[in-house]
Design a protein around this ligand. Structure first.
Ligand SMILES: NC(=O)c1ccc[n+]([C@@H]2O[C@H](COP(=O)([O-])OP(=O)(O)OC[C@H]3O[C@@H](n4cnc5c(N)ncnc54)[C@H](O)[C@@H]3O)[C@@H](O)[C@H]2O)c1
Length: 458
């Protein structure tokens, strides 16, 4: 993983050390001589690189960008479409959270924009295909809150098992109700994790430290961590687990994956936890399983329909079963807070700002949600006359032939290209090029019919 660094100087743009793709040989070479390292690159296209950060994006991110020499305008609030259309033509990059909508109209107005950072998990607020068509990759931070979710699940295991919310609620009503019946330690019980990805696997480690036995079910074969064991089917997991916790993505195949039949397969007196997505659980079926006391409790953080803002009602108009679910004992209901921690926010700031810096400084699109993911080994400090061409183009036949003709007078040290839908992206490092050559190359490539956006980093 690369670490961005800053180089003082007003016009230094997009400065960071290169990221991921050094070979073992490169790393050995660097260590041995101490002289060969990744060269910092600067965009030859933009003068003063201007970045617009909205919705109170963390000051750590703001300061990191400023240290890298970017001009940053930082606003606490979101902007409307009209406001954005007025402001966006002055900026090369924009950072938003979930409230700012980047529509096709905004993209059309964004004549200088080269990158969008969503400092959050989702990217629904951005017109991803309009951005891709304009040659603008969109980066987000989908996994920075995995630990926060895993920790919430750990707390829910204990809270459900000890009927903590019931006892606390009663005492708040002035009722003393000390009891041990139906309250259990979680040590020695079996936790069934459905979906062993970023969150599920973190949880597996935490749960074993607590003395739980861990089973998991996933559609792909995954090396278990610790003493966890992968089972062959969801049914096998449901039949053996005292707690079932869901960590799968929202997909057609995961829609209502927990419904009447699956609840019937769960052990009597077991618990269900859903911090994944609201559509994964058939909630009326869950209500029935809880009412019949087949399940001893549930913790639900995500719902098929969720209120758009804090303070908005969570009622039967939103979800027809809401009041029934709210009335059930030993059910923990939380407003989609699984990933909502200060640490996750900070991680999001770091992750998205470094993705933007890597794209601006090195052209790498690893992690972009709407773009082919392309990266190249770094240009080293020894290669002082090499430049990097980052060419976003329409995915159509004949483009590479034309571009390689343009590059053919030079030594192409390395190149890589990939496509996603209508968009293709080529990165190429060429040696012994002067700034005049760059000017000529730019004119040639800009004239090609498929060109969308081409940047030169030197
Ligand atoms: N509550 C919150 O605030 C919150 C926060 C972050 C993530 N999430 C949600 O948590 C879920 C998991 O996130 P993650 O980061 O661990 O995702 P991930 O992509 O890292 O892992 C998902 C895992 O589920 C597996 N999977 C996919 N389909 C499956 C199926 N039909 N059956 C079994 N396994 C299947 C995948 O192979 C993968 O290993 C996602 O739905 C995400 O949206 C919720």
């Amino acid at each position: 993983m690369s670490t961005p660094i800053s180089i003082p100087g007003k016009h230094n743009l997009a400065v960071s050390i290169s990221p991921t793709t050094t070979t073992i040989h490169d790393r050995f070479q660097t260590r041995k001589t101490g002289a060969v390292g990744p060269r910092t690159l600067h965009s030859v296209d933009n003068g003063d690189f201007r970045l617009l950060l909205l919705e109170n994006i963390s000051m750590e991110a703001v300061n990191a960008f400023r240290e890298r020499g970017f001009h940053v305008d930082h606003h606490a609030k979101a902007m409307s479409e009209d406001e954005l259309c007025e402001k966006i033509p002055h900026y090369h990059g924009i950072g938003i959270r979930s409230k700012t909508r980047i529509t096709e109209k905004v993209i059309r107005a964004a004549t200088k924009l080269v990158v969008i950072g969503c400092f959050c998990i989702g990217t629904n607020q951005v017109d991803l295909s309009a951005s891709a068509r304009a040659g603008i990759p969109v980066f987000n931070s989908p996994f920075s809150n995995s630990r926060s979710v895993a920790e919430l699940v750990m707390s829910e295991l204990v809270a459900l098992s000890r009927q903590l919310f019931e006892r606390s609620y009663e005492l708040r009503q002035g009722i003393w109700n000390k009891q041990s019946k139906g309250c259990w330690e979680i040590r020695g019980k079996t936790l069934g994790i459905v979906g062993y990805g970023h969150i599920g696997s973190q949880l597996s480690v935490l749960a074993e430290a607590f003395g739980l036995r861990v089973l998991f079910y996933d559609v792909v074969n995954i090396m278990p961590l610790g003493s966890a064991r992968q089972v062959e089917s969801l049914s096998a997991l449901l039949r053996e687990s005292d707690f079932v916790t869901l960590h799968v993505p929202e997909l057609p195949e995961t829609m209502n994956m927990m419904s009447t039949d699956q609840f019937a397969e769960m052990k009597s007196g077991s618990y269900l936890i859903n911090n994944a997505r609201g559509t994964v659980v058939d909630i009326p079926a869950l209500v029935e399983a809880l009412k019949s006391k087949h399940l001893a409790g549930a913790a639900i953080d995500v719902f098929p329909a969720e209120p758009g803002s804090n303070g908005a009602p969570f009622d039967d108009q939103l979800n027809p079963w809401a009041s029934e679910l709210r009335a059930l004992p030993n059910v923990i209901l939380t407003p989609h807070i699984g990933g909502s921690t200060e640490e996750a926010q900070r991680m999001i700031g770091e992750e998205v700002s470094s993705a933007l810096s890597r794209y601006l400084g090195f052209g790498t699109t690893l992690g972009a949600v709407n773009f082919p993911e392309v990266d190249l080994r770094a240009i080293t400090t020894e290669q002082s006359n090499s430049i990097r061409v980052c060419h976003v183009h329409k995915n159509q036949p004949g483009v590479l032939k034309l571009v390689n003709e343009a590059l053919s007078p030079y030594n192409v040290e390395k190149q890589y290209s990939d496509s996603k839908g209508d968009i293709a992206y080529l990165m190429a490092d060429i040696a012994d090029v002067s700034l005049n050559d760059v000017k000529r190359l730019r004119e040639t490539i800009d004239r090609t019919e498929a060109n969308i956006l081409t940047r030169f980093l030197a």
